[in-house]
Design a protein around this ligand. Structure first.
Ligand SMILES: [Zn+2]
Length: 328
């Protein structure tokens, strides 16, 4: 079968053997995989969890082969899942910090840009779901990034905060806008890509749409979703006394950031980060996606066959569109 690999900073389609499922594993025939910002980062500057090799981790498809001992899935079942699952045995898992599982990279789904995709046993047990029939295959792979945004919301714990600013115009920013609207917050979005701001405004109806030429007020909660150092360092300017900042977009290893310590302390502004997802946030995301996938459908900006995956990432690199559906 054909599978897309990262080699250097290029995408290469390789002919590789069909995967076969070991005990507890399944192999999924991928109907659609979605591109995302993490894959783009891995391609352009490397990523410590992805590295070189087969990539793609947002997938939906049909069970093609089932390993020994798998009871919940049969050949032909329609499924969608997350890209990792906790081991439930390490120290982080024992204290309930499942997103920080020390064995995350051992139980990782990589290689969704391919005809067939092997799902590790830990993911089959915890984070693989029967796809709700309401969600089309093309949109179901949003489950994984949506679960990361849901986890961000769990970290924020928003009791007592009302005005929210989301900085960024990507799919993660869009997920946050939807989630904050659902929870009754007043939401502003700030970004520098006018085309995407317009599309977000039309589809998600945020209360305020701001570009950098506007005068930007201060908010109770500010979410950074761009993964750019200068944006991390700017968000304190938009945060009100007693506010919270969620730094969501990861930066390359070795990056240092600076903040006004006086404001952080004397105005009790909380700096928070969130990484990845937990089994609970995946489950919550599945329910949210089942109810709201149509509102999020605009995030799939186009579709390419696997052979043309390079064009999808070139559009992503140029800031054109949000996510692209890859059809193996
Ligand atoms: Zn663990």
């Amino acid at each position: 079968m054909k599978a897309a690999y990262i080699e250097g900073n290029r995408i290469v389609l390789r002919e590789v053997p069909e995967p076969t499922p070991g005990p507890g594993e399944v192999v999924v025939e991928v109907r659609y995989a979605l591109t995302d910002g993490t894959d783009l980062k891995a391609l352009l500057r490397g990523h410590h969890l992805i590295g070189e090799g087969p990539f793609g981790h947002e997938y939906a498809g049909v069970i093609w082969a089932v390993g020994e001992g798998v009871e919940d899935f049969r050949e032909g079942d329609e499924v969608v899942g997350a890209n990792t699952a906790p081991c439930f045995g390490c120290r982080m898992c024992r204290i309930g910090r499942y997103n920080l599982c020390e064995n995350l990279s051992r139980n990782m789904v990589l290689g969704a840009y391919a005809q067939h995709l092997k799902i590790p046993a830990a993911v089959v047990r915890t984070n693989l779901y029967h796809k709700p029939p309401e969600i089309p295959f093309k949109y179901a792979p949003m489950l994984e990034p949506l679960a990361c945004a849901v986890h961000g919301l769990e970290v924020l714990d928003l009791n007592g905060y009302e005005r929210v600013l989301v900085v960024g115009t990507g799919s993660i920013a869009s997920f946050f806008i939807l989630l904050f609207k659902m929870t009754g917050h007043r939401v502003a979005v700030l970004g520098r890509n006018p085309e995407k701001l317009k599309v977000i405004a039309e589809n998600l109806n945020p209360d305020e749409v701001l570009d950098y030429s506007a005068s930007i007020g201060r908010y109770d909660v500010v979410v950074e979703s761009t993964g750019r150092r200068e944006v991390w360092e700017s968000v304190l300017n938009y945060t009100d006394r007693g506010g919270k900042i969620l730094l969501f977009g990861g930066l390359p290893e070795g990056t240092h950031v600076a903040f006004d310590a006086h404001r952080l302390h004397y105005e009790e502004i909380h700096l928070l980060t969130s990484f990845h997802h937990t089994p609970l946030s995946v489950r919550r995301a599945l329910h949210i996606l089942r109810e709201h996938w149509e509102k999020l459908a605009f995030l799939v900006s186009g579709e390419f066959p696997l052979e043309r995956i390079g064009e999808a990432f070139e559009l992503m690199r140029r800031g054109k569109g949000f996510k692209y559906a890859i059809k193996p």
